[in-house]
Design a protein around this ligand. Structure first.
Ligand code: SAH
Length: 210
């Protein structure tokens, strides 16, 4: 990462911090992740806006990435599962905070380009799988944290099954045409509590691969 990239990242992190309460670790993760690598139109990379990426998909606004990341309480945990790797920006942020990030993406071209992005930044803790993320990634379960980066009316049961006891799952939940970030905590195999946080806007969780 060169100096100019670092200055641009820090300016964006400061703007995020004006809107969302950030821990020092999450603030630094934003400062150390050049968003211009992940978006096709580099000119707008540091605006606080969602951006179009390949496959008619969207990389979320940095404000949404910040809210999701803070809700996940991810600093220092071992394994995080993300569903919907897209450009890889959210996974790259998570990789500065957790030991290992496992991200599933249903669109082959996006899974491939996100791997290139991680390699170019030397991020070795992120693993990408081209698959339907509704099945999770069972060989690495249980996960301490699970993040859905696409919206669904209901979290697939298998994702809760792959969440460790005491673990947190954050997802954009769609109901009556609106979406909200919801934070779930798995207290035991049978008891899950949830809390509705902010409004959000994500592309839908789809079935199958492309
Ligand atoms: N976290 C991404 C946001 C990508 S948008 C980023 O930082 O860029 C949501 C992504 O979820 C899209 O790439 C879409 O293809 C993917 N997606 C939707 N349904 C999915 C599924 N069932 N399994 C895996 N990925 C899925």
């Amino acid at each position: 990462m060169d100096n100019l990239e670092r200055i641009k990242c820090q300016k964006m992190a400061d703007e995020i911090a004006d809107n969302v309460a950030l821990s020092l670790g999450v603030y630094e993760a934003f400062c150390n992740t050049p968003r211009e690598i992940f978006v096709p139109v580099g000119r707008y990379a540091y605006d606080l806006l969602a951006q179009p990426i390949d496959g008619s998909q969207w990389i979320s606004s940095p404000l949404t990435v910040a809210k999701m990341t803070m809700a996940l309480e991810v600093e220092g945990v071992d394994k995080v599962l993300e569903i919907g790797c897209g450009s890889g920006y959210q996974a790259a942020i998570l990789s500065h905070l957790a030991h290992r990030v496992f991200s599933v993406e249903r669109i082959a071209s996006l899974a491939a380009s996100s791997r290139v992005n991680f390699e170019s930044l030397g991020l070795r803790g992120v693993h990408v799988r081209h698959d339907d993320g509704r099945s999770g990634w069972s060989s690495f379960a249980p996960f301490d944290r699970v993040l859905l980066s696409c919206a669904t009316p209901e979290v697939p049961k298998r994702l809760f099954d792959q969440l460790a006891q005491g673990g947190i799952l954050v997802a954009p939940i769609e109901s009556n045409g609106a979406q909200n970030i919801v934070k779930f905590k798995k207290l035991s195999a049978t008891e899950i509590v949830s809390e509705v946080l902010d409004e959000c806007l994500f592309v839908p969780l789809l079935s199958g691969t492309a």
